[in-house]
Design a protein around this ligand. Structure first.
Ligand code: MN
Length: 458
């Protein structure tokens, strides 16, 4: 079937142009002025922004954390994603220590296959390192996995400097990319122990035991290891201004370093943790924690200066009842925020509409650059002939207010309650099919696994 989106403004990472977009089946067939509408259903897109479907390269659906499971499984999470204009997610397959990568990959396929509303791929978590896991890496690339995740904190996940270095080296040799959670584990453990010993068990102790310098230290530590390994890395969910200083230093040495941040580090700050009401504070617990308002503005400035390449959500949702597990001990609060549905609208409203980011810059961090880094370019991340017809139709005049009651996530709350948006999503096409229209998800089982190629380093 052919569809002609007529007269919208097509925004790509490379620029904006007033044009028609012709969809033919699952692909974009043409972009240009006054395209021939013969045989096509014509959709009036005058006054609309036509954006490449958003890619959220950091989600956690159906994940066991802190003896509980995220509120959103793949069905709920990808429906929520799609409604928010995200046509592709990259989730983290996560084998436990002692399990093979293939076991983890099979498990994540069982969680996701046949249940997803948007397209999906997996990063592979490496939380164990030995000769067998090293030997599995080429098979992972063959299975469409070209990016790997490692942790410098969390005992269940971290592998230590020696193994982290060996894994970085091996991933680099194979042409892949590593994303790393950077926080200094040992000092955080010491600070947590102090607060618990002092009886300071509330959510306010969470940010106080994970201060920004301990993220920056780990970023610098990782980047020095990556320098020796010669491997490009992504600093996932970078939250602090001090961490940016480490990134700048590594780039000045000539290293390839990519930075991901998240809407909550741009729009929220750590004052929320110091509310009297437990539930009001605990809902914001995530790691790294929310930072200071000065960090939020430093991240916005870094985005504006093209120092940050991707904005993902780290969507990891728990209900307030689940968050209750930490009433007597903040370390038992399951960490993570919902956000997969609101990312595009928030970034447009808070950064693009006010002019902090150009529309093309916004498309680069939401779509183009995640597509390149995670091996999906140019199939995804751009509106151009031959690419997947994943398109967000954004109405810049349809302002709205974000409310939990209007969200599809099973979290039951949104960190952005009451946020006034600038415009909103009118409709979403997933590979040529109208999948969301005026807030209604029309198709919720069309998501396909994306077998990803190697990263394009830029
Ligand atoms: Mn995460």
């Amino acid at each position: 079937m052919k569809r002609l989106l007529r007269g919208g403004t097509v925004i790509n990472g490379s620029g904006a142009v007033l044009a028609d977009v012709l969809l033919d089946g699952e692909k974009v067939a043409a972009v240009g002025r006054n395209l021939d509408a013969a045989g096509a259903e014509v959709v009036d897109a005058a006054g609309m922004l036509l954006l490449p479907g958003f890619i959220d390269a950091h989600t956690h659906f159906d994940l066991d954390v802190c003896s509980t499971t995220t509120a959103d499984d793949f069905a709920a999470g990808t429906r929520s994603a799609l409604r928010g204009g995200t046509t592709t997610v990259v989730d983290f397959a996560c084998p436990n220590k002692g399990e093979s990568l293939q076991y983890g990959l099979d498990l994540w396929h069982r969680k996701a296959d046949g249940r997803c509303a948007c397209d999906y791929g997996f990063h592979m978590t490496i939380d164990d390192w030995n000769g067998q896991i090293r030997a599995e890496l080429p098979a992972m690339f063959d299975a469409g996995i070209s990016s790997f995740k490692m942790y410098m904190t969390y005992p269940a996940m971290m592998i230590g400097d020696r193994d982290l270095f060996e894994a970085l080296t091996a991933i680099g040799e194979l042409g892949g990319i590593a994303g790393v959670h950077c926080e200094n584990s040992g000092v955080i453990d010491a600070l947590i122990a102090r607060r618990l010993a002092a009886g300071e068990t509330g959510p306010g102790s969470h940010p106080l035991s994970r201060p920004a310098p301990l993220e920056a230290e780990a970023v610098g530590h990782l980047l020095r290891m990556a320098q020796v390994a010669g491997t490009p890395v992504v600093i996932v969910h970078l939250s602090a201004e001090e961490s940016l200083l480490e990134v700048r230093a590594a780039r000045a040495r000539g290293q390839k370093v990519y930075v991901e941040t998240c809407p909550h580090y741009l729009l929220l700050d750590d004052r929320v943790y110091f509310q009297e009401d437990y539930s009001a504070a605990a809902r914001y617990v995530c790691a790294p924690p929310l930072r200071k308002p000065t960090d939020c503005s430093a991240l916005a400035a870094a985005l504006s200066a093209d120092e940050i390449q991707t904005i993902s959500t780290d969507h990891c949702s728990f209900t307030l009842a689940q968050k209750d597990a930490g009433r007597d001990d903040f370390t038992r609060i399951p960490g993570g925020l919902p956000g997969v549905e609101t990312r595009g609208t928030l970034i447009y409203s808070a950064l693009a509409a006010p002019g902090t980011l150009s529309l093309s810059q916004m498309v680069r961090v939401l779509s183009e650059q995640p597509a390149k880094l995670y091996g999906m370019w140019p199939r995804k991340g751009v509106i151009a002939p031959g690419c997947d017809a994943d398109i967000v139709v954004y109405d810049p005049d349809a302002d709205t207010v974000i409310a939990a009651a209007d969200q599809l996530s099973a979290a039951g709350y949104t960190p952005y309650e009451g946020f006034r948006t600038r415009g909103s999503i009118r409709s979403v096409y997933l590979r040529g099919t109208l999948a969301v229209d005026r807030g209604q998800v029309l198709e919720d089982r069309l998501g396909q696994y994306v077998k990803r190629e190697k990263p394009i380093f830029f």
